[in-house]
Ligand binder design. Structure first.
Ligand SMILES: C[S@@+](CC[C@H](N)C(=O)[O-])C[C@H]1O[C@@H](n2cnc3c(N)ncnc32)[C@H](O)[C@@H]1O
Length: 818
């Protein structure tokens, strides 16, 4: 592992796998669980970026990113230009006013910006009592004020500028003010100015632990205090001992006080707006005013369930449950939320008990019955590894959907890897091709559907020197937010945290590196694989997983992965012996789009941030073929993709050209050549009409394509019309015309399935339904074994629907499809 790589090991205590849950706010009183409508910011199925309306930022050039990195590393300490208090405050008030006007404008333009990832950040692990006070005039730029804290007061309304919350702060001396810039703070992504006012009200006293000062250069040089760890921002209470002997030159205007009922209203408003963190803070502030207002606790439990802060939700709901003098309705809600928190914590038995209690009170409660069923299904999945893939597939067809499924860990274990050092995943017993290895829920996930109609942020990644997609970028704040509410993810602390006073130091720099090296661009099982899409800055979804982060890479991997919504599923692509390492491919190797990786040359480009060069058998074989041959292969593949229809003559030329790019006589792993052969098979079928000999020739080319992909063809018989149809599906592959144990080293699943379907259709066309079915079975086996489950990809099959049905298959249709 390169020294700067941060992977999973850096978070020693990541254990919690949390479930997404559905709630909606009850108008009058408390948030209710009686609806499963999504909040307005997340609309599964709706794609947010309308190219015509929203200008999109382009990826930054590598040179630009290198320059940014250089500037960041080499910034020298210097004095900051100090701004008179009033000038600084006026400046930020103007920005705030502009933000409010923009919010209220119906035609507001959506803006994008880049945010640096992997730049210098800082966090303090010292207590306030271990630090000494520093004044604004004594601070320096590009400097972390170690051993010091800045005591200050919020002097202008907060505003979000380029993804950072900014406001003016003044210190007790009151002569100068400085801009406080808060990065990645929970609840601030897409927060309205009203929401920011809940988090950072005017007049609030703050202590910034070990402040880091930087200098922005536009439009005029200006010093800013940048806060990266939410714990570095200490909300100082009026009676805090650090205020003893402090005299403020300018009289204080304390934050506006509100009653508990007003805080409840404020919280409900933000809950409805999908701002669950802000809502939770508003309820907490209400509880500060009236600790007995248990409805606020119940509301906070609902907000925390939405934030996946299940332990806080549980504590709140149980606290309400323990009160004697509450109404039956409130008790029911408290029990319901306790049960949902238990479900989120994967304590399905506990949740079952509480849902059963709810059902004794309201036996007809359909939601409680549904939750009970969900608990049972999760227990079954956990115990057996059996999933309802059809249901998951259907749910995943709505883009942006979180899928309800329990985790499963197959016969695998973590061990020390020979691949670049570090750890890897190994099999703990012999496994077969197609075996289910892992089903994982994400720690955090981001879908483009979340960003509907809102300003967006791309990552200027100084670690990978790439531009990160909108969803990849949003994982950073999501992970910070998750850790804040569930410190068990980062430490072994079991105590639910106080959201108002975040105590756990968070190293945003580490989080950025963890995401850079471990996050997955989701590979949607309901859509054909497309490398261009996974690289698309606006369309690709992104997520961080626990155990899957430990898989090392191989281009000729023995496992494959894909996503049902946010759920990641890994299966073996071939038989693997106990003790062998399992690998996945970090880069898509197949697909029909232009950017698919073709040879070691472009694969190296896609992998450079992880390794100097991939040493898998495919890359080694490509290297033996030579750079020039690989370049030529890339050109032929591009030609293949770009040409819509081939004549036999031209397709034969393509096969010859492709063959010449394997000068060493390589026999396996020739997937590029296999594609050319399938093109030839299709061209022959088009020109053959009913010429039987030519059709046989096409089938033989398709079989060769399979062999070039590493598939062992057991039955090459081309004697047509000899077998009767049997509608029973082949058991265990016994009648398949291919070997299934010795699965391909490098398989291009699309080409393999396409070739098998073509062979099947040739037999079918000649009335040999028996052979047609055996090849159709083979196609189904191939398709369901290499991707995680069936049904998965969609193929344009040469077999008519009636033919497929006549062979005992039922065709699934996408909802809404014609
Ligand atoms: C997702 S992590 C995999 C787990 C990692 N080995 C660990 O110990 O945490 C990715 C990192 O593993 C290393 N790695 C993965 N596959 C590799 C390979 N084929 N050759 C060299 N290093 C590899 C690289 O450092 C890469 O950035």
């Amino acid at each position: 592992m390169p020294p700067e790589t941060s992977t999973f090991a850096d978070f020693q205590h990541w254990q919690a796998i949390l479930q997404a849950m559905e709630f909606q706010l009850d108008e009058n009183d408390t948030p209710s669980e009686h609806s499963t409508a999504s909040p307005p910011f997340l609309q599964p199925g709706v794609y947010p970026f309308d190219v015509a309306r929203h200008p999109r930022l382009k990826p930054l050039s590598t040179q630009h990113l290198k320059d940014l990195k250089e500037k960041n590393v080499n910034a020298e300490p210097c004095a900051i230009p100090v701004f008179p208090r009033d000038a600084c405050i006026q400046n930020l008030r103007r920005a705030r006013k502009a933000a409010e006007e923009k919010e209220s404008s119906p035609q507001r333009a959506i803006q994008g910006h880049y945010s640096e990832v992997g730049a210098r950040t800082h966090f303090s692990s010292l207590l306030l009592s271990q630090l000494c006070r520093v004044g604004i005039s004594d601070m320096q730029a590009h400097h972390v004020h170690k051993g010091q804290y800045l005591l200050c007061r919020i002097a202008s309304g907060p505003v979000r500028e380029e993804g950072v919350v900014c406001f003016a702060v003044e210190d007790p001396a009151g002569i100068v003010a400085i801009t406080l810039k808060i990065h990645k703070y929970p609840g601030t992504t897409w927060a309205s100015t009203a929401a920011l006012d809940v988090l950072f009200p005017l007049g609030t006293l703050l202590a910034i632990r070990e402040p880091m000062v930087d200098l922005s250069t536009t439009p005029v040089p200006q010093g800013n205090v940048s806060v990266y760890s939410p714990a570095d921002l200490v909300f100082v209470r009026p009676l805090d001992p650090i205020l003893r002997d402090v005299k403020w030159e300018i009289p204080a205007t304390p934050p506006v006080s509100r009653s508990a009922a007003e805080w409840k209203e404020t919280g409900n408003l933000h809950f409805k707006d999908g701002q669950f963190y802000v809502a939770a803070i508003a309820y907490t502030k209400g509880l500060d005013v009236d600790p007995d207002a248990y409805i606020l606790k119940l509301n906070r439990a609902a907000a925390c369930l939405r934030l996946e802060y299940y332990s806080i939700a549980m504590v709140d709901a149980e606290a309400v449950l323990s009160i004697d003098e509450i109404s039956d309705d409130m008790r029911l809600k408290a029990r319901y939320r306790t049960a949902q928190a238990q479900y989120g914590l994967a304590n399905y038995e506990g949740a079952l008990h509480n849902f059963a209690q709810c059902l004794t009170v309201t036996p007809g409660n359909a939601e409680a019955k549904e939750w009970t069923e969900r608990c049972r299904r999760r227990i079954h999945e956990r115990e057996t590894g059996e999933y309802d893939w059809g249901r998951m597939f259907r749910d995943a067809q709505i883009p942006g959907n979180a899928i309800d499924a329990e985790e499963f860990i197959g016969p695998i274990k973590v061990g020390e890897s020979a691949r670049g050092g570090g750890r890897g995943i190994f099999v703990s017993k012999d496994i077969k091709a197609g075996d289910l290895l892992l089903v994982s829920k994400p720690v955090v996930v981001s879908f483009p559907q979340e960003l509907r109609g809102l300003d967006y942020e791309l990552g200027a990644n100084l670690i990978t020197l790439e531009t990160d997609s909108v969803c990849r970028q949003s994982l950073i704040t999501k992970l910070v937010t998750k850790i804040v509410g569930d410190p068990g993810l980062q430490s072994d602390s079991a105590t639910p945290p106080d959201l108002r006073q975040i105590k756990l130091p968070i190293d945003v720099g580490l989080i950025e590196r963890v995401i850079a090296y471990n996050a997955f661009n989701l590979n949607d099982v309901t859509r054909p694989p497309c490398f261009a899409c996974t690289k698309n800055l606006y369309r690709s979804s992104s997520a961080l997983y626990l155990l899957p982060s430990l898989f090392n890479h191989s281009c000729s991997a023995n496992s494959t992965w894909c996503n049902f919504g946010d759920v990641l599923v890994v299966r073996a692509t071939r038989d693997v012996a106990e003790g062998d390492e399992l690998t996945i491919s970090y880069i898509p190797l197949e697909g029909s789009c232009a950017n698919v990786s073709t040879t070691y040359l472009d694969r190296d480009d896609g992998l450079y941030q992880h390794m100097d060069k991939c040493d898998c058998p495919e890359c080694e074989a490509d290297r033996l073929d030579g750079k020039q041959a690989c370049e030529r292969r890339g050109v032929h593949l591009a030609r293949l993709r770009e040409t819509p229809e081939w004549t036999v003559k031209r397709a034969q030329g393509l096969v010859c050209d492709m063959d010449a790019t394997y000068p060493g006589g390589r026999t396996r792993g020739r997937w590029a050549s296999a594609r050319a052969r399938l093109v030839l098979a299709e061209a022959i079928v088009r020109e053959a009409e009913s010429d039987l000999e030519r059709l046989k020739e096409a089938a033989r080319e398709a079989m060769k394509a399979l062999e070039e992909n590493g598939i062992v063809v057991l039955d090459k018989s081309m004697e047509l019309g000899s077998t009767e149809v049997s509608v029973e599906t082949s058991e265990g592959g016994a009648t398949l015309p291919i070997a299934i144990g010795d699965a391909p080293i490098w398989s291009d699943v699309g080409t393999c399935v396409g070739a098998m379907l073509r062979i099947s259709s040739i037999f079918h066309g000649q009335g040999d339904l028996g052979m047609a079915k055996r090849w159709l079975d083979a196609a189904c086996w191939c398709e369901s074994s290499f991707p995680p489950s069936k049904p998965s990809k969609t193929y344009r099959t040469p077999l008519p629907v009636l033919a497929i049905q006549s062979m005992g298959y039922t065709l699934a249709r996408a909802p809404g499809a014609g």
